[in-house]
Unconditional design. Structure first.
Length: 340
């Protein structure tokens, strides 16, 4: 997932197109087809991962607003370098002999052993268009809320809550309410004095506030992985009637894809996640454990998670799930509304 809350730009509502499927793997294999007679065999995928020009083309294919060039350049450089130097491990992963978690740890170790260093500001700036798309989708859903004199908004895995504060101002500016009470659940947060942070125990108590809006946005490294969706369900079960629950996560494919396509997509998403996080907070990899990257884990939202979330909610909901792009990495919006 693209974690660590780096989408904090304030942007206006965006016009965006909805993509029904992840685009990047399709474009990757499209380029393979254009370059070769045999489509997408493992040896060819390895060859193309070693081709810098090909990788750059595939990342920006058919997208008028690709991810910022700074991060693309670094991602392509390190992905390409790893493919050239660690071909055996990469082949083992793509053939199903090595787990995604292990290949990511190997990738992290490789990058730091080669002296990787990125600029935090430039890394952040690379995500301006991603932010515009996801912000636009979230705001469009919030515009469907009926006006209330007061709205309780909970940020799940919100850290300091900059994004939730922006949404609070948006709701007031759009006439949806005259006051927003901000709540948060994030055991690892840098606490914001303007936000009331709740513990796991408080969320299941009779005294817990009732929420009108819940936002869970790029929360992977902000809540305890083992209890992530259990605690999210506890938040949702404290909703008011007609509440809006929004999850913004890594894009994923909901249709049938080939084994190799799926493995490749998971690898590209995860390694991009690694490079982005190294750019934003390299000390997370080097200072939290004696083993570099030991605390970095990969567990993105998937269809099984969505089923678990829905099965744990104690009241009927309506739901909508859709992708908002861009080409790579894609973003998925999961919107639920309480029917009670």
């Amino acid at each position: 997932m693209l974690p660590l809350r780096f989408f904090h730009f304030k942007t206006s509502r965006a016009k965006f197109s909805v993509h029904n499927n992840l685009k990047f793997p399709h474009h990757f294999f499209k380029f393979v087809k254009e370059e070769s007679d045999q489509v997408g065999s493992l040896p060819e995928i390895l060859d193309f991962l070693k081709d810098k020009d090909f990788l750059t083309k595939a990342l920006s294919c058919d997208d008028q607003h690709p991810i910022g060039s700074y991060l693309v350049e670094h991602f392509v450089f390190w992905l390409n370098s790893y493919a050239k130097n660690e071909t055996f491990d990469l082949e083992s992963y793509l053939s199903g002999k090595l787990s995604l978690e292990l290949i990511c740890k190997n990738f992290i170790t490789f990058c730091f052993s080669q002296g990787i260093s990125l600029d935090e500001k430039k890394t952040l700036e690379s995500f301006a268009y991603h932010n515009e798309l996801s912000d636009g989708a979230v705001k469009d859903e919030l515009m469907k809320i009926s006006p209330k004199s007061e709205i309780n908004l909970l940020g799940f895995g919100l850290d300091e809550g900059y994004y939730e504060s922006m949404l609070s101002n948006f709701l007031i500016a759009q006439g949806k309410t005259s006051h927003v009470n901000l709540f948060g659940f994030d055991p690892y947060a840098k606490k914001n004095p303007n936000i009331r942070y709740l513990s796991s125990q408080q969320l299941v108590s009779k005294e817990s506030p009732k929420f009108d809006v819940i936002v869970a946005r790029w929360v992977l490294h902000h809540v305890e992985l083992k209890y992530r969706w259990v605690e999210f369900i506890n938040c949702v079960n404290q909703c008011n009637p007609n509440a809006t629950i929004l999850v913004v996560e890594h894009g994923f494919s909901r249709g049938k894809v080939s084994f190799l396509n799926e493995k490749l997509n998971d690898f590209l998403n995860a390694t991009f996640d690694v490079i982005a996080n190294i750019g934003l907070r390299p000390r997370y990899f080097t200072n939290t454990s004696s083993e570099i990257g030991a605390n970095f884990f990969i567990k993105y939202l998937n269809l099984s998670d969505l089923s678990s979330i829905k099965s744990g909610i104690q009241f009927p909901i309506s739901e909508k799930i859709y992708d908002v792009g861009p080409n790579f990495p894609n973003q998925t919006i999961f919107c639920m509304r309480a029917i009670k």
